[in-house]
Design a protein. Structure first.
Length: 354
């Protein structure tokens, strides 16, 4: 059976093919002008899913880099503060050694050295209260304006005749966690963390009670003489002549209690100062280790960014030379189709009646 082909059917099919050819040219033109293979989800549903997944990974990676940069700023500020504290403590040690060698020659010498030590103590206290973006570097989660505060020394008397009691100044750290109690005599410390990758975080503040010592237990640290009160005690000791002042107890918990001879008081305090300097150096080493960890994570994040960007380009971006070749071929085919169709559609019954 022969299928009947009419002039109208040829016209309709030809026009449909021309429209399809023109639509393909329009798609290629859009890809060339935008540089993207996917301009809407229907262009490539599977590619759209892949594109969204890669873009999410890119956003997370960018956030890790932002967190890492902020963490580096925190740690750099702490490094600067602790370097200065270490320098100040070395200066204090030099003064103490000098006082030992000179043997407190005159009242003026003792007074001058004591005043300089008081200045160092004030500087170290100020550095311990250093802030970054309004938050304490050494008590990052505390809500107070200062990381460490001082209670003034007090002299009291009671009884007849009155018994004079001297309470030295104490330095107390602002609470960064649960306060100390009977169940937890040291309290707890809550750190400031920054997420540097999908599975790990880095602490970007430092527990000042661990580095500078704590006169009062708290923030996860047992009570021990702070470097602030130690410097004040050294200053007071230097102002005191050799034959005055109370003995220093090496270990109050020991039985029997072993005091230090009066002539050895300053030497004992110098040993405590060396211990305090060692804690500051340990804090510096810890800050440096955490900085290196963040730097390494930042390098990985930057490498991941290049890789993810390349993946996204392969999913979304067009191969411009190839698309331009396709556009040229499609344009040639479209023009040829127009020429052939114009000749076919021009033929009608009137052409044979003439």
């Amino acid at each position: 059976m022969t299928e009947r082909v009419t002039h109208r059917s040829i016209q309709e099919s030809s026009l449909a093919r021309l429209q399809g050819n023109l639509a393909t040219m329009g798609l290629l033109q859009a890809q060339i002008s935008s540089g993207k293979k996917i301009t809407k989800p229907s262009d490539d549903p599977a590619g759209t899913v892949s594109s969204l997944a890669v873009r999410q990974q890119l956003r997370l990676n960018d956030q890790y880099q932002v967190q890492g940069q902020d963490g580096t700023s925190w740690l750099n500020a702490q490094d600067t503060a602790l370097q200065t504290v270490s320098s100040q403590l070395r200066a204090a040690r030099t003064l103490v050694v000098g006082a030992l060698n000179e043997g407190y020659v005159t009242d003026g010498t003792r007074t001058a050295t004591s005043v300089e030590l008081d200045g160092i103590a004030a500087t170290v206290l100020s550095l311990a209260n250093t802030q970054y973006q309004g938050r304490s570097l050494f008590a990052g989660t505390a809500g107070e304006n200062y990381a460490v505060t001082m209670t003034t020394a007090a002299v009291t008397g009671a009884g007849t005749p009155p018994a004079v009691t001297y309470a030295p100044a104490q330095y107390t750290w602002s609470k960064t966690g649960l306060p100390a109690d009977a169940a937890n005599p040291r309290g707890t410390n809550t750190p400031v963390l920054r997420q540097i990758d999908a599975q790990s975080s880095v602490r970007v503040d430092t527990n000042g009670a661990d580095v500078f010592g704590a006169d009062v237990a708290g923030n996860g640290t047992a009570a021990s003489q702070s470097v602030f009160s130690l410097l004040r005690q050294i200053s007071d000791e230097i102002k005191t002549p050799k034959d005055a002042g109370a003995d220093i107890v090496v270990d109050p918990a020991a039985t029997p209690v072993v005091p230090v001879a009066k002539e050895q008081r300053l030497s004992t305090l110098l040993g405590r100062l060396d211990t305090a300097m060692g804690k500051v150096l340990e804090g510096l080493a810890d800050v440096g280790a955490r900085t290196n960890r963040i730097d390494h994570a930042m390098e990985i994040a930057q490498s991941n960014k290049y890789e993810l960007t390349d993946q996204l380009s392969k999913v979304e971006d067009v191969d411009l030379p190839a698309v331009m070749i396709q556009m040229s071929l499609q344009e040639t085919a479209y023009k040829a189709a127009l020429q052939v169709t114009s000749k076919v559609l021009n033929t009608s019954l009137m052409d044979f009646i003439r």
